[in-house]
Design a protein around this ligand. Sequence first.
Ligand code: NDP
Length: 461
Amino acid sequence: MPDQDVDLFIIGAGSGGVRAGRIAASHSARVMVAEEYRVGGTCVIRGCVPKKLLVYASRFAEEFADAAGYGWTVPEPRFDWPTLIANKDREINRLEAAYTTTLERHKVGLVKSRAVIEDANTVRIVETGARVRAKTILVATGGAPYHGAAIAGLEHVISSNEAFHLPQLPKRILIQGGGYIAVEFAGIFAGLGSQVTLVYRGENILRGFDDDVRAHLRGEMEKRGIIIITKQTVAAVEKVEHGYDVELSNNQSMMADQVMFATGRQPNVKNLGLEAVGVKLAPNGGIAVDAYSKTSVDNIYAIGDVTNRVNLTPVAIREGHAFADTVFGDKPTRVDYADVPTAVFSEPEVGTIGLTEAQACAQLAKVDIYKTSFRPMKATLAGRDTRSFMKLVVDGTNDRVVGCHIVGPDAGELIQVIGIAVKMKATKADFDATMAVHPTAAEELVTMREKAVSHVRQAAE
Ligand code: NDP
């Protein structure tokens, strides 16, 4: 391969790109990766990781308040936002360094620059103008916040990117959106002491999740003082002397110190040279790929959020790994997208896997639903008004658990473990045969005996 500089050139050193580079290098490929911002990508730098640190911070308020019921006297706690942000930044710096070390250890060359595709085998490093010849190119450029159609005052609106670096905690924040990021940040800011208003265009938050989960979480968020306004959008944002005057689509106006949109993300496909080289996009705006993440150009691949498939970090990592095994490990590997467990780090958390009740009813002839709502034990002495929720969706024709939905403390941890059972196609009888661990919240998952409802699809006339 005399005229090639590298076997693999990766654009984007996020979770997917780094994994792909590391695995390809372990298959003896010569790999170079370009990153225009920071190594680690959205998840590590301004997504999952810093978000979870902020979630931890936000939960102390309830812990301090609840301690009294357990006999503790806690002096009035005070929270300092700049300290949290500085400590969070220190941790992110450490992780970025660790990611960089991983690349070095695997002899993956790192170029800190934007890179664009010039032709199917050439990448240009924008900073230096240098050109690199590559046998294979992998696009792993992720996505970026999308704010929707232009409205008056959109320039005043922040996204989650900026939320991680605010100079101070806003006293009042208005968040538009009803997805993962909106409900997670609503919980973060409310826990830290902000007055939070969430504005969502649809009927209820978390569209696509099980309806009982949506209703339960909304109730719990409202109990924590979050104002949720549905069937409205933000129509205009005006900067006034003490904050922003926000006008909603129903002409209602309200004041906020910060306005944040969490209205989805778009794949980063612009100005990469994709059109020129013939890489096609899918109707949803992501790069179109086959089951092995190959684009419409034979030696160009794409993984992660830029493909707009299932936009979750572990999925991007799997896609990167599968790509490297396929192309450099002589082991064609497809990613299995069935039953991907996921968590929303709202307050309380949501954990979910498999079919919702509505999806199961649309797909299966007979569906049995088991569900429970209960006061977590810890809330009793604390005197806190909160309830957890759990639901199992069972295929009534073969007893398989095809969906599990949890709202409550540690739902993310629970769904990871339940995910194994669902993935293994465990039946409700297997759940029932599993001895309970007492006293836990999770024991509810193996002790639900009474069907809440049984749906039977009527045969077509
Ligand atoms: P989501 O797609 O989850 O939610 C976007 C929200 O914005 C929806 O409620 C949507 O409404 C609403 N919306 C979209 N366009 C408009 C508009 N023009 N005007 C008003 N509202 C609008 O995106 P997020 O930004 O919350 O998160 C992006 C992705 O990041 C997620 O899909 C997820 O894959 C990932 N993520 C995962 C996390 C995790 O695993 N815990 C955490 C954070 C992000 P509607 O429902 O009506 O379409």
